[in-house]
Design a protein around this ligand. Structure first.
Ligand code: ADP
Ligand code: MG
Length: 476
């Protein structure tokens, strides 16, 4: 039998399993996938940077022993971390690893250069450098897929639009598909899932995932190196372009301009564009009008905060995938107390697993309370719309029903406008969503409210006092 990455790793696992407790084995070793074996270096893929750090901190010795048994004195271990936006390796027995073994996520230009330099045919002046031979790494993270993107009311529209696009890239009216919503609500996950499914269904299609930040860096670099045309051409041959966090392009006129041209080219040629943003197009600032209007050509789908049941399912699914068992009351406790963001929800549960496996303690409700409390304290509390409405009602001594009513009485209208103004100022909620939560108004009404408050603040002394008093409530 030949020696493969898998067989080496399986032998390591047998040894490790005999030497650590079963729960820790399940938590920290079963999710690992052996991906590559070259000479005496074994590459293993771990789910996150946290995972890698944990292994390095607690299990490096046993890993080293196991690996040395299998591959001899010069054994090396290479971690491949698959996580959001970052693909890279970390090497524990570091200095021994030649840099040629590191797998950097290649910059598209680098890929192109590599192909040009390597391919001897390209030296023939009669052969036009065949861009079609170019293999573009899609930069997709396969662990972000549809199977583990759980469905709930908060994401149903975006999720099904994503599936429709994945089944027929460029062939639906959802082009571009813009996924927007607050931090940690699944935009990046969903964007990858679409790409992963397209790659699965249409392996010949060129799919590229890139963050707007990296796109911007590449663009700036191309200007510096005088290769702007290469940059544009590179992007124009892509079939499915996924640009994550487009709000990053705010105020960057040059990058917006080049993206505008790429966008038009792709769109005209029936190529699929998928964008994510932390805001709805109407709320994006410092993005050129001509780009914004294009963002609205297709479908904008919002990811909202998940309800309790969805949060519970997400946690259960995560535990199941990690092979960890936990009592329902603990899961429910975590889901009940961490509501704003799925990343935090996962963070709390990972930290709970870590604590229990490190201290060899069983996960109890008591431990869950401690972890959640620490978590909630550490994350910056955001002011919610509910809180703002309550503060405004208290201040003007009116009840919530009056504030939200349709009445046009001046002091009530002003209170409502103030609530909208502060919601815009202190939350990341979209204008449309603020409107719907504060008396079921539309986004234009909210925009008007914000302008009115600005105006009155400079012209009306009494009104200025209202604004300042309320502002104090939110800043202290
Ligand atoms: P965003 O890009 O909106 O900030 P991410 O896509 O990075 O958010 O999601 C944060 C975390 O929450 C990720 O680990 C992701 O896998 C997880 N997550 C988000 N939505 C879901 C979902 N519907 N089901 C399961 N996991 C989810
Ligand atoms: Mg993201």
């Amino acid at each position: 039998m030949s020696v493969t990455a898998q067989s080496v790793w399986e032998n390591c696992l047998l040894f490790i399993k005999d030497n650590i407790n079963p729960q820790a084995f399940k938590t920290w070793f079963l999710p690992i996938v052996a991906v590559k074996l070259t000479d005496n270096a074994l590459s293993i893929q771990v789910p996150s940077k946290f995972f890698y750090e944990w292994l390095e901190e607690h299990y490096v010795k046993i890993l080293k022993i196991a690996l040395t048994k299998e591959l001899g004195e010069n054994a090396r271990l290479v971690y491949v971390i698959r996580m959001e936006n970052t693909y890279g390796n970390k090497q524990p027995f570091t200095e021994k690893i030649p840099s040629s073994q590191r797998q950097h996520a290649m910059q598209p230009q680098e890929v192109e250069m590599a192909v040009r330099n390597k391919d001897p045919e390209l030296r023939n002046p009669f052969v036009i450098p065949g861009i079609r031979n170019l293999k573009i790494e899609s930069q997709l993270n396969p662990t972000y897929n549809f199977e583990n993107f759980l469905e709930g009311d908060s994401n149903r529209l975006a999720r099904s639009a994503g599936i429709a696009v994945a089944n027929k890239p460029g062939g639906t009216s959802f082009n571009p598909l813009l996924i927007f919503g607050g931090v940690g609500l699944g935009k990046t996950h969903l964007a990858h899932a679409i790409g992963v499914q397209i790659k699965d269904k249409y392996p010949e299609k060129t799919v590229l995932y890139i963050s707007a930040e990296k796109f911007t860096q590449q663009y700036i670099e191309s200007v510096r190196k005088n290769t702007r045309n290469d940059f544009v051409h590179f992007y124009q041959i892509i079939d499915v372009l996924i640009l994550d966090d487009v709000q990053f392009l705010s105020g960057k006129a040059g990058t917006q301009d080049v993206f505008f041209h790429i966008f038009n080219h792709l769109h005209q040629n029936g190529k699929q564009i998928i964008l994510t943003s932390d805001k709805a197009p109407v709320d994006m600032q410092d993005i050129e009008q001509r780009l914004l209007s294009r963002f609205k050509w297709g479908l904008s789908a919002e990811l909202m905060t998940p309800d309790f049941d969805t949060r519970v399912s997400i946690l259960q699914n995560k535990l199941y995938r990690d092979g960890v068992e936990m009592n329902d009351d603990i899961i429910e406790y975590v889901a009940k107390h961490i509501k704003s963001n799925i990343r935090e929800l996962e963070g709390a549960i990972i930290s709970l697993i870590a604590q229990s496996s490190f201290n060899k303690r069983e996960v109890t409700l008591e431990l869950a309370k401690q972890v959640v409390e620490k978590f909630v304290k550490n994350t910056k509390r955001e002011i919610s719309i509910d809180y703002i409405q309550k503060a405004v009602c208290d201040y003007f001594q009116m009840d919530l029903e009056t504030l939200l009513s349709k009445t046009r009485r001046r002091h009530i209208v002003q209170a409502r406008q103030l609530a909208m103004f502060f919601a815009k100022k202190y939350t990341k909620t979209s204008l449309a969503s603020i409107g719907s939560q504060i008396g079921d108004r539309d986004h234009a009404t909210v925009l008007h409210a914000c302008k009115t408050v600005d105006n009155l603040y400079t012209t009306d002394k009494q009104f200025r006092k209202y604004v300042d008093d309320l502002n104090n409530k939110f800043t202290f």
